[in-house]
Design a protein around this ligand. Structure first.
Ligand code: FAD
Ligand code: EPU
Length: 338
């Protein structure tokens, strides 16, 4: 078991923030994870689980142990004419898994191309993009119960997936370390190109009968054109979730703001793009000190180089307040604050 002390978390978060953790350990096997958990238990330390650090915002030094889950491996566990069931370990890069499936002609996750981070974090918020969510291909996952040391299996129902939501953000919060995820992919895939931007990109390329590879490439092109690359500007993707409001409230707002985009949400609610609300409040491209809302995607809060986590949180609060004042809508962070 390799446990380091006083480690800078700068390389481990895409916001590009330098905060120190008291202890740090990279783990590549279940045995190592269990040993680290014993260390944590004996010293009564807090535990921070890290994948790729692309959905966290550090706001202070961490007075506990940060564990970076590096479990590797992907295997086919079942196959028939229609489907292939693939199990991937938590430390695999999500986008590498997508490319692996696309290259093999297995459809289902091509719309989720280029999402940063690791496989183990994907179920946490049921990652989604361009009309597809993880839950659409999800079969099960295995997770280590931190308290009992038992590896438990969760099927799709047990994960309670919703929009940017799972059991692991609710009742199961802070109780498990996800070890692997099993997905069902289609060997005779049908593509999902309903999201406007995908159709536009394919039609500009003159592609009328897209393959999953074409869809993956289109998604990569769209994302690269508007989402800032964390290697160049620190960010964690969408900072807030898109709010879902009662349909009648959305209709009232539509009367005042006829251009407001709306989408069907969960349970009959109406989803409004938070990026639009934030842009309407004048935040898009505005730079406040070392932070601000990105010029091409207002929903992405960025670190221009030397912001602190606290400055980013303060900026986010200002954005929330102004959206609440102008539209009467509360927007909630998607990013996990540490
Ligand atoms: P981390 O940031 O390391 O962790 C996220 C949370 O999960 C933390 O609470 C952490 O403690 C917990 N966690 C991590 N691994 C485990 C584990 N093995 N077991 C238990 N808990 C764990 N997300 C989308 O859904 N759709 C998008 O389109 C999208 N686009 C993005 C674009 C950019 C440029 C960026 C920077 C982010 C984007 N994201 C998007 C957010 C992010 O990439 C995803 O949420 C991703 O799944 C996070 O993976 P990670 O490994 O980096 O997680
Ligand atoms: N919009 C604006 N101004 C902006 C940004 C967006 O007006 O600055 C409006 C436009 O009308 C646009 C609409 O919002 O048509 C939707 O924008 P976009 O297609 O960029 O998607 P989003 O709703 O802003 C969501 C996810 C993204 C995901 C994309 C694509 C959330 C919180 N975000 O963003 O996920 O990649 O859809 O499906 O649901 C992430 O979670 O980190 C993330 C990047």
């Amino acid at each position: 078991m390799n446990i380091q002390e006083n480690v800078d978390l700068l390389p481990y978060n895409t916001f590009g923030l330098s905060y120190f953790t008291k202890y740090f350990s990279e783990v590549s096997s279940l045995e190592e994870i269990k040993n680290v958990l014993n260390f944590v238990r004996e010293r009564k330390l807090d535990l921070l689980i890290l994948g790729g650090g692309s959905n966290i915002l550090l706001t202070k030094d961490f007075d506990g142990l940060a564990i970076k889950v590096c479990l590797q491996g992907k295997e086919i566990i079942e196959e028939n004419e229609e489907h292939v069931i693939v199990k991937a370990s938590a430390g695999e890069l999500w986008h590498s898994l997508v490319l692996f499936c696309v290259e093999n002609g297995w459809g289902g996750i091509e719309n989720l191309s280029l999402i940063p981070g690791c496989v183990g974090a994907a179920p946490m918020q049921n990652i989604g993009a361009y009309g597809v969510e993880l839950k659409d291909v999800f079969v099960s996952l295995e997770a280590l119960n931190k308290k009992t040391g038992v590896v438990e299996s969760f099927d799709r129902n047990a994960c309670d997936f919703g929009y940017r939501w799972s059991y692991f953000k609710g009742v199961g919060k802070d109780k498990y370390i996800i070890l692997n995820v099993t997905l069902s992919l289609a060997k005779k895939p049908t593509v999902n190109i309903h999201y406007g931007a995908i159709m536009e990109t394919l039609s500009l390329q003159g592609i009328t009968q897209p393959t999953i590879k074409d869809v993956s490439n289109a998604v990569i092109a769209i994302r690269s054109s508007k989402l800032p690359d964390p290697k160049k500007i620190g960010n964690a993707g969408s900072f807030f979730k898109n709010p879902e409001i009662p349909a009648n409230k959305a209709l009232q707002l539509k009367e005042i703001y006829p251009n407001m985009p709306t989408y069907p949400g969960q349970n009959g609610l109406t989803k409004i793009p938070a990026g639009w609300l934030i842009e309407q409040c004048g935040w898009k491209g505005k730079i406040i000190g070392q932070t601000g809302c990105h010029k091409d995607q207002a929903l992405v809060i960025v670190n221009y180089g030397h912001a602190t986590g606290v400055e980013i949180v303060e900026h986010a609060h200002q954005v929330q307040r102004s959206v609440k004042e102008k539209f009467g809508i509360e927007i909630e962070p998607e990013v996990n604050l540490v």
